[in-house]
Design a protein around this ligand. Structure first.
Ligand code: GDP
Length: 578
């Protein structure tokens, strides 16, 4: 920093010491210290995530073309979620094995993290890691692989805590949900009870007049699975999923590991374009030439198109799941991009910031967001000790909502704040509010690394008033106008080099140079602007009071007429209260 500002490290140390901050020349500076010193010199600093700006440049270097030219229908990508033991794994296994033609590759399937199945000549891609943790962890890193969520609910058990979590995660990602009501073969199975529970959660089934498709089934007997696949295809058709099949491939790393014999292995999902053997690819900070590709049955492939999951060999390092992969224009670019990313990832981990992740929104930052022109929605993850207080807090918070500021509950639940809540908040840019609950250790750590704000309350009044204050800040300030003077136009002069000047008489109050004005003609406002020059006889003046004559020059308006009224006013900000 010293070199950049043409100062010595000692200068900085000395300055900070004077400000009461003890640092040595080899120590890292906090953002505040950097800003403090820059302000002292009058220098402008912009603090960014390590590598964030470089990343944009890299994407340009890779010439990632995201135009949807020549997009073609592609298979849907499905993630299966639901409560533990409700049958996610069995369902995924059943769908996979039902599709393996006997004798084909010995009927042996291998788990590469995703697979494709075929139903009525249409292909469907299933992500083979059931549960919402991977889904949300990926989304927190900015990657969205899933088009449709299949929510598995056991008919004899009903909606359980993880079912509710899965609903929150899918809805936060704005992904359509199909409910598989599983274990219909079980004695206590009751599909209607499950539908009623879903409706309570805001997932209103078709039989209740809603839009959520529910499919009763059994992963054990196989009953209903074909129907489920048909419904997935139907939803996919409605979503009009398409991607160009030509051009360099772009996609997501689903899984990656180091194989003793084969080196770094990555399962990638191609999202657009076609991936071919021999092409130079970059996945996050890893790169290499595609040496070999295999599908989920271990069959070798020479190319893979949109929605196709493939296992890729050839990367020089183990990629990270959730990383974007891109085929580079050439090997040199691929190498350079990977190297630059690696450098910045190292910097980021040195600086102790989580690289790439978005982090949650902070209550106190909301106002800044609005000023930057972003939407005024406050996303909240709300946790409370008991149902009663959860409802009470929700109701009070909802009452704070207004036309111009929305509250969005990404998730509401009873119980302590866990890591899952934090992941969800990070992925949805939400603030976590806890009422009479505390975060556990993992949640605390994740909140720290993901930069998610967790606010804890024991008094409902404090909670409400904090959110209310944030919302007042969140609103654009409202202004009240106070009329300070009124002048009537008697004559309009055109002075060369100056433009039109209105010869006026001040009727009330006073007129000040620079004041905001509006023109009234017959009581209607015809223009708003400001006074650019003010003269009393030959002299420039700052203010002219009632009874005096003056010449008023206006910023950019020339359509003045005799008899018009120029009203000057000031604005006063009114603090908004609910
Ligand atoms: P997961 O935790 O959601 O992945 O659940 P699993 O797929 O591991 O299933 C949990 C248990 O429920 C296993 O013992 C399965 O055999 C059983 N199971 C799954 N689906 C069905 C079903 O449709 N009917 C019956 N009777 N049992 C099932």
């Amino acid at each position: 920093m010293a070199a950049r500002l043409n100062r010595s490290a000692a200068d900085i140390v000395r300055f900070l010491l004077q400000q009461g901050e003890m640092v040595t020349a080899t120590q890292s500076l906090s953002d505040d210290m950097i800003e403090l010193f820059a302000a002292e010199l009058g220098a402008e600093v912009r603090i960014t995530e390590p590598g964030a700006e470089q990343e944009e440049e890299l994407l340009r270097a890779l010439e990632v073309d995201l135009a949807d030219d020549g997009a073609r229908i592609r298979p849907p990508v499905v993630t299966v979620m639901g409560h533990v033991d409700h049958g996610k794994t069995l369902l995924l296994d059943r769908i996979r094995s039902s599709n393996v033609v006997e004798g084909e590759a010995g009927g042996i399937t291998q788990h590469i993290g995703a697979y494709q199945t075929t139903r009525s000549d249409h292909r469907i891609t299933f992500i083979d890691t059931p549960g919402h943790e991977a889904f949300t962890a990926m989304r927190a890193r900015g990657a969205q692989a899933t088009d449709v969520v299949v929510l598995v609910v056991a008919a004899d058990d009903g909606v359980m805590p993880q079912t509710a979590e899965a609903i929150d995660h899918a809805q936060a990602a704005d992904v359509p949900i199909i409910v598989a009501i599983n274990k219909m073969d079980r004695p206590g199975a009751d599909a209607d009870r499950v539908r009623a529970q879903l409706a309570e959660r805001g997932l209103v089934p078709e039989s209740y007049g809603g839009e959520v498709i529910t499919v009763p089934m059994s992963a054990m007997t196989g009953e209903g699975i074909d129907e489920l696949l048909d419904q997935i295809l139907l939803v996919a058709e409605l979503e009009e999923l398409a991607a160009p099949a030509s051009g360099r491939a772009v996609g997501i790393v689903l899984e990656a590991h180091l194989d003793r014999g084969r080196g770094p292995v990555a399962t990638v999902l191609v999202q657009r374009g076609t991936l071919r053997i021999g092409e130079p690819m970059v996945a996050g900070a890893a790169w290499g030439r595609v040496r070999a590709m295999t599908d989920d049955r271990g069959a070798p492939l020479s190319e893979a198109g949109p929605s196709m999951p493939v296992e890729v060999l050839g990367l020089g390092e183990v990629a990270r799941s959730g990383d974007l992969f891109v085929v580079a224009p050439d090997e040199k670019t691929a190498g350079k991009v990977a190297e630059t990313r690696e450098h910045w990832q190292r910097q980021a981990s040195l600086a102790g910031t989580a690289g790439g992740s978005g982090g949650g929104a902070r209550l106190e930052d909301i106002f800044k967001q609005v000023q930057a022109g972003e939407t005024a929605t406050l996303n909240l993850v709300l946790k409370a000790d008991v149902h009663g207080s959860l409802e009470a807090v929700t109701d009070s918070l909802r009452k704070l909502e207004r036309e111009d500021v929305k509250l969005s509950f990404v998730s509401r639940g009873v119980g302590g704040i866990n890591e899952n809540d934090v992941q969800l908040a990070a992925a949805s840019e939400a603030t976590i509010i806890g009422f009479n609950v505390r975060p556990d250790r993992n949640a605390r750590q994740t909140a720290e690394t993901e930069d998610v704000e967790v606010r804890l309350y024991e008094i409902i009044y404090d909670l409400i008033s904090d959110v209310q204050n944030a919302m007042v800040g969140l609103l654009e300030p409202e202004f009240e106008e106070i009329v300070v003077g009124e002048a009537q136009v008697r004559q309009v002069f055109r002075i060369s080099g100056v433009g039109p000047v209105a010869g006026c008489v001040v009727e009330h109050g006073n007129v000040r140079s620079g004041a905001k004005v509006r023109f009234l003609r017959d009581g209607t406002i015809i223009w708003k602007g400001s006074i650019s020059s003010l003269r009393h006889f030959q002299d420039d003046v700052a203010e002219v009071s009632a009874g005096m004559e003056c010449g008023i020059g206006l910023s950019d308006f020339s359509d003045l007429k005799e008899g018009d009224v120029i009203e000057t006013y000031t604005e006063r900000e009114i603090a908004r209260v609910a």
